[in-house]
Design a protein around this ligand. Structure first.
Ligand SMILES: *Cc1c(COP(=O)(O)O)cnc(C)c1O
Length: 368
């Protein structure tokens, strides 16, 4: 890649391929793979990511909302797409685009049955979600009779899958809780399949579940963050490759005398002769104020430079006193070093929040 001359989010499809093969290699060959591409494929670019994953052979996609599923269909994605959190007002559009809803409550189930009937559907694929302890979305553990009462004698829908979501797969201190969730899921499957009379796809694991609870892979796994290069564990990060790199360029260099200040509200003041560089990105781009005032470091010609003063809307300033650099040089905010996990940790957050928060103002470019 040539050095950048503006702020860019580079998307490495080769890294995506590597991560997919790595995660796949941990699974039984018959286990299906659902790629989670919600929130613009974790802040990157959902269309290109999904197309690449489709050619690699993923079985399923998931997004959070109907709008995201429609965008994938427009990008030419033909594999099934599960919508994890559909809003009932969009059910007609969901059906029009052949997206598959997660049905997680009695109300949502009833409204979907009506929508399917209105649209003359038979055996429309739906996914039933159970709450096993995350307490976010899902039918309660004793909801099976209610579901059966609702769907028996109805041919509008067919239960394609049956799933739940784990609360703490990355935290081995919560192993007991996670195993309890998995046991509750298993019990529900048995009961449900008996009453239903057929056997839907079953799935519960996310990325850290694939890493730590592979015995619960059932028929399919759902991976998001791992595909983008992170495993919620520095050892796993070593085996994966970051898909996105946020790069920018030095706009201007200033030589600051002792007792001068830098940026809004004079938050930084120099106690010695200091050289600063101004970069063209800020909190409007997803690098929030929490990264300012010495908390975070970026990579300038292989050396780490702290962000100084307050992060502005469209700019940040860094201290490059001890780094050889000039106006026009490339700066890596996060990518390989620091990686998104490490950069996020500067502000006590996680890679998920950092990468999904990179604003649409930043141009995405693809690298094969
Ligand atoms: C976002 C999400 C996932 C993906 O989780 P990762 O930790 O990114 O692998 C899986 N399942 C559900 C229900 C989700 O909401």
């Amino acid at each position: 890649m040539p050095k950048t001359s503006e702020t860019l989010l580079e998307i490495d499809l080769g890294a995506l391929e590597h991560n997919y093969h790595y995660l796949r290699s941990r699974l039984e060959p018959k286990t299906k793979f659902l790629a989670v591409v919600k929130a613009y494929a974790y802040g990157s670019e959902a269309g290109s990511i999904a197309k690449k994953l489709e050619t690699l052979g993923v079985d399923y996609f998931a997004v959070a909302y109907v709008k995201e599923g429609i965008a994938l269909r427009k990008a030419g994605i033909t594999k099934p797409i599960l919508v994890l959190h559909p809003q009932t007002i969009h059910f007609n559009k969901l059906i029009e685009n052949y997206l598959e809803p997660s049905l997680y409550s009695q109300k949502v189930l009833r409204e979907f049955l009506e929508a399917a009937k209105r649209n003359n559907q038979v055996d429309y694929p739906v996914h039933i979600k159970f709450n096993t302890g995350l307490n976010r979305l899902g039918f309660s553990v004793d909801g099976i009779d209610e579901i059966m009462a609702c769907i028996k004698d109805r041919d509008e829908i067919k239960v394609t899958s049956f799933f739940s979501h784990l609360a703490a797969t990355e935290d081995l201190n919560e192993k007991e809780f996670t195993l309890k969730q998995i046991r509750a899921f298993k019990k529900r499957i048995q009961e449900f399949e008996e009453k239903l009379g057929y056997s839907p796809i079953k799935h519960i694991l996310n990325t850290s579940g694939i890493i730590n609870y592979i015995e619960a892979q059932f028929d399919m796994v759902r991976s998001g963050i791992g595909l983008y290069g992170f495993g919620n564990d520095p050892d796993i990060d070593q085996l994966l490759q970051p898909v996105v790199t946020l790069k920018t360029v030095i706009s201007q260099i200033h030589k600051i005398a002792p007792n001068e200040s830098v940026g809004y509200n004079r938050a930084y003041s120099s106690d010695k002769y200091t050289i600063t560089a101004t970069l063209p990105l800020g909190h409007a781009d997803g690098i929030g104020r929490q990264y300012g005032n010495g908390k975070a470091f970026v990579n300038v010609n292989g050396k780490m430079a702290p962000i100084i003063g307050n992060v502005c809307m469209d700019m940040i300033m860094i201290d490059v006193t001890d780094i050889e650099c000039q106006e026009g040089d490339e700066v890596v905010i996060f990518g390989k070093k620091p990686n998104a996990d490490q950069f996020a940790a500067f502000a006590h957050t996680i890679s998920y929040e950092l990468v999904t928060g990179i604003s649409q103002r930043i141009t995405r470019i693809l690298k094969d």
